[in-house]
Design a protein around this ligand. Sequence first.
Ligand code: ADP
Ligand code: MG
Length: 287
Amino acid sequence: MTESATGPAAAPVDDAGGMITRSEAGTPLLSCRDLTKTFSVAGGSITAVDSVSLDFPASSVLAVVGESGSGKSTLARMLLRLMPATSGTITFRDQDVTKIKGQELRSYWSEVQAVFQDPFASFNQFFTVGSLLRRSLKLAGVEKEEGDHLIEECLGYVGLTPKEALHKFPHQMSGGQRQRVMVARALMMRPTVLLADEATSMLDASLRVNVLNVLHDLRHELGLTVLFITHDIGQACYLADRVAVMEHGVVVERGSTEEVIFAPQAEYTKRLLADVPDLRGSLKHHA
Ligand code: ADP
Ligand code: MG
């Protein structure tokens, strides 16, 4: 594990309710405390995210894993400030960003970028990848010459050449290539945090490893902090330094990847691990 390189140990997260706690290492760049989201639904309300406290140390990869409906995307949307929290706080670089607006929020958005599940959904099929990327930069106010340079640089980070990518239409690429283009697009904003919500879930196994490796390398090359959200504990453990396991909106377990794989405490984690029997043997990526 490499997480000791991230700085002095932060105070451990205070987990209420007897949940399993292990020490957290590194100064958090982004964190949330008691983050909660309650939705009103017919006949009552549902608490999709229930008092979640997490730390994201700089240059680390944290995975949030849980079955469908456990509240992962709701947590992501709150952290991205796309959806207001019912209660709790989000802190970024020691600033409370829970309710920031206007220019402050735009600057937060430039630092915290996201990649979602289905790259097709966010691509306009009538534009080439090149024009899509240039349009994103234009919206961000980047000049053309600087933009072309940035596009080439960011495609490079995800293992694509301009020749391979720019003149193609999205449907002419593989799912893995499209998803790598989405990562490149996020990187063009020079984020410090990349949030990937099921970003590899629709990919075939071979393409998936490819995208996972890109995300892994970015942490080392760019010092990026990655929040990797998935229903698949196998992918979570492949990529992450630390794993938080969510069940029904609650973090029921957290720890280093090794701790979670080799000494799971929560019954729910044990159940998720039982579905990937070869996980312990196939470890791993962290060298
Ligand atoms: P996950 O991403 O882990 O699959 P979600 O965060 O999408 O989980 O959903 C968590 C729970 O919150 C689910 O029960 C879902 O139905 C509910 N939920 C999500 N968004 C809304 C919404 N806008 N209104 C009502 N309920 C919602
Ligand atoms: Mg989801």
